[in-house]
Design a protein around this ligand. Structure first.
Ligand SMILES: Cc1cc2nc3c(=O)[nH]c(=O)nc-3n(C[C@H](O)[C@H](O)[C@H](O)COP(=O)(O)OP(=O)(O)OC[C@H]3O[C@@H](n4cnc5c(N)ncnc54)[C@H](O)[C@@H]3O)c2cc1C
Length: 381
């Protein structure tokens, strides 16, 4: 990288995960000259470690759901323009027990569940919609067309090049931001002069503004994940799949009074899954591999050791609702995301004049970032 090129920008973004890239796009679309600093090359944080699911149905009705739908729209625009994978797969929430079906029925009768696009499917309609659904004991499903699947590794590695080419965003990889004292941004590869900064440092709470993170109700969540090799014969999953456990996990279902019964049964009968925060989603990436997860363990210190009994429990639960050509695991990893402990969906703080921290999007960063970034940038322009 040429160290002699101009070291002046309107906006500096710290971090080239999805939160940072979204802010770079939103600001560049408004005509700002943007530089993005990323510690590694390529970025290897939470944004490459997930399912690739853009999942509006998991967001509660109102501002957050609208934000998710806007993000879904931007994902469509960006992936099309950059020639990246974005499959309008939709999603199926599958029910195998009466209490699961009751939640789906209640959800589909109110608010965003009542939207014309989302509807309950009978057992037969569900099986007609997806060849990957386990028919044994199936009661039916909630179909939603708003969910999309992107390929996180492909997207996060290709978007910087596309943003540079089409929007003039400058990327400084292998560059850690050490301190910010506007207009100066001091990095491991020199000092820049900028008007504003957005700090999108993901799970790193220690390098910049540690005292700010310490005083907010933010923690980390560790999640175990697995991936198969590409499925044989170009087999396609179709809609992303999940089942009853997911109903207990996503906020959109919390408004359902029937959820309490399901939660009690899960706690009583599926103590291991409950204890490790396991709920299971299945998606497919660009080459056709299945991504499977996940568990949820909270705490500032992330346990480095992955547990095989947790992976086994995830696969065992997956088999209760999905039938696919092969579940032979080719890759295992864990990811970490920051999560607010006080119910907020993100942390946005102006930590010094014209310096914002945007963090804590939890398990919905891919779903919310593009929409959120447009709001943040509109706020400071
Ligand atoms: C296993 C897993 C599954 C998930 N599934 C989904 C899903 O299906 N759908 C969904 O919507 N969301 C999902 N999420 C959540 C989503 O991935 C996160 O919310 C999102 O990736 C967070 O993005 P980020 O940019 O804040 O963090 P990151 O991607 O971690 O990026 C932060 C970047 O900042 C860089 N950085 C930090 N400090 C500095 C510094 N001082 N100088 C330079 N660079 C710095 C880091 O190197 C890093 O690359 C999942 C997350 C995980 C872990």
């Amino acid at each position: 990288m040429d160290l002699m090129k101009t070291r002046r920008a309107d906006l500096a973004v710290v971090g080239a995960g999805i939160v940072g890239l979204s802010h770079a796009l939103a600001a560049a679309r408004r005509g700002l000259k943007v530089v993005v600093f990323e510690r590694t090359e390529p970025a290897v944080g939470a944004s490459v470690r997930h399912f690739g699911l853009v999942w509006p149905i998991g967001q509660p009705e109102g501002r957050r759901h609208d934000r998710a739908l806007r993000s879904r729209e931007v994902w469509g625009e960006v992936t099309q323009a950059a020639g990246l994978y974005c499959a309008a797969t939709g999603s199926l929430h599958l029910a195998y027990a009466d209490d699961e079906w009751a939640v789906l029925e209640e959800f589909s009768e109110c608010g965003m569940g009542r939207s014309e696009q989302r509807r309950l499917l009978s057992r037969e309609e569900t099986l007609a919609r997806s060849g990957a659904v386990n028919p044994v004991s199936l009661k039916g499903a909630l179909w939603s067309p708003t969910e999309a699947t992107i390929d996180p590794v492909q997207a996060i590695r290709a978007l910087p090049g596309w943003l540079a080419e089409t929007h003039g965003v400058q990327f400084e990889f292998n560059t850690t931001v050490r301190t910010i004292d506007l207009p100066a941004v001091e990095t491991t590869r020199g000092t820049w002069s900028v008007d504003r900064v957005v700090v999108c440092s993901g799970g790193d709470f220690e390098t910049l503004y540690p005292e700010i993170f310490a005083k907010h109700a933010i923690t980390r969540c560790k999640l175990q994940m697995m991936r198969t090799d590409p499925q044989p014969d170009r087999w396609l999953l179709g809609p992303a799949l999940c089942a009853g456990l997911t109903l207990t996990h996503h906020e959109s279902f919390k408004r359902c009074a029937t959820l309490a019964l399901l939660e009690k049964r899960v706690e009583r009968e599926q103590a291991f899954l409950f204890g490790h925060g396991i709920h299971v989603l299945l998606s497919q990436n660009a080459p056709g591999a299945l991504t499977i997860g996940d568990s949820h363990h909270y705490g500032l210190t992330v346990e480095p050791f992955d547990r095989e009994d947790i992976n086994e429990a995830i696969l065992t639960y997956l088999r209760t609702f999905a039938v696919v050509p092969t579940l032979a695991v080719a890759e295992r990893w864990h990811g970490v995301y920051p999560k607010m402990k006080d119910g907020r969906s993100e942390l946005i703080a102006e930590v010094a004049p014209s310096v914002w921290v945007v963090n804590g999007l939890g398990g919905a960063g891919m779903t919310l970032s593009f929409g959120l970034a447009e709001e943040v940038v509109a706020g400071f322009i």
